[in-house]
Design a protein around this ligand. Structure first.
Ligand code: IMP
Length: 394
């Protein structure tokens, strides 16, 4: 088995969903390995815009199976809502979506905890209960999908709710609504598997990252991070594969940078130019609808992300958004609070030689080839620069 990986190298929202969609039919399986419905992978299918929060972005390819692997936290109501939406579009989800028994459940109490602890506000989380669900997992009291095979699973869930509520004296009881129990029951019509056993029967797997390296709980700008491993290490942990099984690591970057939520952002731009980028780039969170903070490309952080993930090829998105600027800046050094920039000539379009020069400059600076560029939001807006790096079909 070989596992290739698509990772975001910045703060998420680099366009990973579109990259996975473009590569998926070269693999037997597309697997999510971490995160949960904090992710929002935007795709265009049959001219329709679709945002996937839990289902892997490979689902629109009929020959591809999709796995939600053990490293993921899953909200049953969100997943089943998404499954229903895909089925209305004629996508055969039941036959092609597989759930690892080790996937952890996000319960209504996890969202509640994020609100009462005010963690959500401080970090600027997506308020989907991600942090508390992972915290329960690491505290060894979490509830996994496979636990629903036990006779007393309802009691286990109610006990966990009671445990949390007891820590907030004066808080009223948190209800587990009927629609949550119903969503749990409807999960049973999907296919549950052992992530380890099931993956071993496949030869070519594409691991689909969510968020980005700078939001990794260990490698990112702690505490302004998500609660999972968004790096290549997360693939090994979340899919139970060895580092030797990792093949290509596709690193996705925007030609500039964005960040949603609080935390350091050394190359942040404010004022008119930021509004212009938000407007032109449609920089609004696909999960929360919040405007994204915008900044210049940060080569210092990019080199770090490339190194810790062993990135083998880069994919650059949204160069079209910067078109028309007389020049663009890239951070090449200096401390976080006093970045040093290099200014490069701007481009009129992505076919302008100045854009090609910008890409070559990135290649020279990082030592990693730019495999492809995304030239616009639609599925077919692609330009493959290095056909020799294209993976074989499965
Ligand atoms: P959480 O993942 O909801 O706990 O949020 C933690 C931090 O990660 C916040 O700054 C969020 O804005 C950020 N975050 C989580 N998921 C995404 C994503 O898919 N794209 C961009 N930022 C994200």
């Amino acid at each position: 088995m070989q596992v290739d990986v698509v990772l975001g190298l910045q703060w998420g929202d680099e366009g990973k969903g579109k990259v996975v969609d473009a590569l998926a039919d070269r693999y037997e399986v597309v697997a999510r390995f971490q995160g949960g419905p904090n992710a929002g992978h935007t795709l265009y299918h049959g001219g329709q815009k679709v945002i996937l929060h839990q289902v892997p972005a490979g689902i629109f390819h009929e020959t591809v199976k999709c796995l939600i692997g053990d490293g993921v936290v899953m909200d049953p109501e969100i997943l089943m809502g998404e499954v229903a939406g895909l089925e209305r579009m004629g996508v055969d989800v039941e036959e092609r979506l597989f759930l690892g028994r080790g996937v952890q459940l996000i319960l209504p109490v996890h969202r509640w905890l994020e609100e009462v602890s005010q963690e959500g506000e401080r970090i600027g989380t997506t308020r989907r209960g991600i942090g508390p669900a992972y915290a329960d997992r690491y505290a060894r009291r979490g509830i996994a999908l496979g636990d629903l095979e036990k006779a007393d699973y309802r009691r286990q869930i109610l006990d966990l709710v009671a445990y949390h509520v007891a820590h907030f004296p004066g808080a009223s009881q948190v209800e587990v609504p009927e629609r949550f129990w119903a969503a749990l029951e409807s999960l049973r019509r999907l296919r549950w598997v052992s992530t380890y056993e099931w993956l071993r029967h496949h030869k070519r797997v594409l691991a689909e990252g969510s968020q980005g390296t700078m939001l990794d709980v260990f490698a990112g700008s702690y505490p302004y991070v998500t609660s999972s491993h968004t790096t290549v290490a997360g693939v090994c942990a979340g899919l139970l594969v060895s580092p030797r099984q990792i093949g290509q690591v596709w690193g996705v970057i925007k030609a500039y940078a964005t960040r949603v939520g609080a935390g350091p952002f050394p190359t942040e731009i404010t004022g008119e130019l930021a509004f212009w980028l938000q407007e032109r780039g449609g920089e609004r969170g696909s999960t929360t609808g919040r405007l994204r903070r915008c900044g210049w490309l940060d080569l210092v952080l990019l080199k770090y992300s490339i190194e810790i993930n062993g990135v083998t090829a880069l994919i650059v998105t949204k160069g079209d958004v910067l078109a028309g600027l007389p020049s663009v800046k890239v951070r090449v050094g200096g401390p976080d609070d006093a970045p040093i920039y290099e200014e490069l000539p701007g481009w009129e379009s992505v076919s302008d030689p100045n854009y090609e020069a910008f890409l070559r400059w990135i290649e020279a600076q990082t030592g990693v080839p730019v495999w492809a560029i995304s030239t616009g939001p639609q599925r077919e807006d692609w330009l493959i620069r290095r056909k020799d790096l294209m993976p074989e079909r499965a």
